[in-house]
Each structure stands twice: as structure tokens, then as C-alpha cells.
Design a protein around this ligand. Sequence first.
Ligand code: FES
Length: 418
Amino acid sequence: MAMMMMMNPINLQFSNLNKITNPYPNSRIQQARSLNSSLITNSSHHNSSFQSLVHEFNPNIPIQQALTPPSSWYTSPDFLSLEFHHVFFKGWQAVGCMEQVQEANSFFTGRLGNIEYVVCRDENGVLRAFHNVCRHHASLLAFGSGKGTCFTCPYHGWTYGLNGSLLKATRITGIKNFNVKDFGLVPLRVAIWGPFILLNFETKVSSQKGYDDDDVGTEWLGSASKILSTNGVDTSLSYLCRREYTIECNWKVFCDNYLDGGYHVPFAHKDLASGLKLDSYSTIIYENVSIQGCDGGEVKSQEDFDRLGSKSLYAFIYPNFMVNRYGPWMDTNLVIPLGPRKCKVIFDYFLDASLKDDEAFVAKSLEDSEKVQMEDIMLCESVQRGLESPAYDCGRYAPMVEKAMHHFHCLLHQNLIK
Ligand code: FES
């Protein structure tokens, strides 16, 4: 949304853009455009071109002078492929919540890029995760979510236990050099932090050791781990429900919209704005996390958080997970890229158990939330169309409010150059 708010003034001054972007080479915008063309016409130079494209954003330029990343970061299919490998397939990624695998023999499936996964709790209560791919001829094994004591492949019936072992390979009489132990499901690293389930897609793993909450918290959240857990982002609330939205925009457009420090709220969410003390909006940046605070007074330090408690806290956990903790509520937003101009956002709602049965309160709150989501979706889809326009290459940051967005872009750059 912030980007949309910025489009009009930038476009009005488009012919003066070189003046605005004085710290940069005059041909900066043209370079971005020609790079875009070369990516299409000269595949043999993809790697070097991509690195050049990544460097079109310079994280070392202070936010007051910085340009936003070029629009090709938001439109190129190949750039998205780069993001999967350098951003999403590194480190811990949120994929769901404990509620989805609360009981023994329950499971849920998902897809991130070209990785199909299944998370399950086996009959002994051990949480496990695997690539959701049959070892016979690669059919997907499980679909959606549910309960069962095994995974039976819908293609030829090979059957796997929830611990991943191959229990039955049908009609393989005569096969040679085949050991069932070599054909179990391929495991993934899985961990829990608070109410959230995390996967790590980095390497194949031969065993699934448990992960300590503190270790995972430090790896995933850095120093923000303690801030979040002591400010109400924990397992104390009851799970309520899930809402999913498919949005015609690049996944980063949704993230950017979240990270504009409330910039768009008075313009785009008038009803929401009336209930917020927008002057109190503030942002703290941690390693891989940024936390925006509002409504509970200005939050500028850990001491402020300690003093003010968890009244309203909006945490962005790089690259694609948001945790919103306000009053008796918590909701999480998981942004899943589906293509260069399409993403799915999963909202999970949690509520203080004492209010869960207050149907009128719950219905009104969810209705209000839905209205905000619809307003955001309109903005995000509008921004995506603007990003695809030849009139736009880069924007600027509003330095006082868009710090978290700039931090997000710096983290992306840091991952993408590796
Ligand atoms: S692909 Fe699964 S049993 Fe054949």
C-alpha cells in the first residue's frame, strides 16, 4: 500500500526523476529496463544479469536517499525462482500452527515453490515432516489435511507409516537389489516455536532430532524471540479459525503493504484508523524481524515493550510471516508465493479462551478484519498492475514510517547476493 500511496507523486515528477535520484547514475532507471530486456533475450547470461538486477537495489544508501527495488523484482518469473532458492529454501520457514497437528495421526500438506511437504504427528505423538512425494514414481501422497495411520499412494498403493518408513510396496515380486529401508519418505527438518510450526528446506536429513524452543527461537527470530514470547506471542490463546485469500500480486507487494508503518491506514482503512492512535505508530528493527507498535503508546525500546505490555504489536518475521497481537486477539499472516504476480495469504486467528464463545463479538471482529483484508487486496492488486506499467521502475521511501519496508528489502538483497 505504501507503494501505491507513493505512486502519484512519483509519477507526476517522472520527467524529473534524475533530479530526485541524484545520488545515482543518470542511467539507473534505463539500466534496470535494459536488464529486464536482456533477461528475456539472453538466457546464457542469466546468472550475471540476475546479480546485476539484485544490485539495482543498494542497501548501503540511507533510507532518506534510497530508491526502492526495481519493478522487475516484482514481475520476473526467473527472479521469483531466485528468491525460492536464496530466500525461502534457507533457514526456518513458518508453515502452519500446532492446531493443525494437535492429535496423533493427524497431518497437513503444503507447497512452497516446487517443494511439496507433509507435516504429521505420528502415533507416538512425535511431530515429523517429509517431502510429500512417493518414492515409486513420484506421485503426491497426501492431500489437504486429515487423520490416518499411514499414507497410501493413490497411484499404485505403496504405503508409508507416519514415521516415513515404507510399510508396503505392492506387486514388486521379482524386483532385485531393493531394500525397503532405502525407500522411506524423504524427511524434512521440523520444529515448533510457540504455537507455530516451522520447516527447514535446506538439506536432506537422515534423522529427525527434536529442536529446543530456545535454539529455534534464536535461529528463527534472533533477539526478537524473547520480545515476542514475553509480549503475548505464545500458546496461551485458543485457536479460532483460518481464512485464505488468493491475491493477484507478487508476494512482496503484500509484505511491503504490511511494512509501511501505518502510512496507508488513514487513507485506505478509514474505519480501522478511527480506532488506532496512529501518532503512536513506531517501528523497532531486529536482525530478521521488525516490530511495529501502535495504540499502546510509543514503542521505541525493549523497556517500552516491558512497560507497555502487549497491547498492540505487529511483527514481521522475514521473509513472509506476520504476527499481529492486539488485545485478546492474535492473527498470523503467511504469504505464500504462487507465481510472480500471484500469492496466497493464510490468516490464522487466535483468541483469548474466555471470549471464544461470545459469538456476536467473534463474528463482528472477523467481519471487521475481512473488510480490512478486502481493502488491502484491492491496494495490492492495484500496486502490482502499476509495477507492470512501463511508467514505473523504482519508488522512494517515506523515511519516518517505512523503515521496516527498507529493512525487508535490505534482507532480501543480503540473501540474494549469496
Ligand atoms: S507412484 Fe506411488 S505407488 Fe506408484
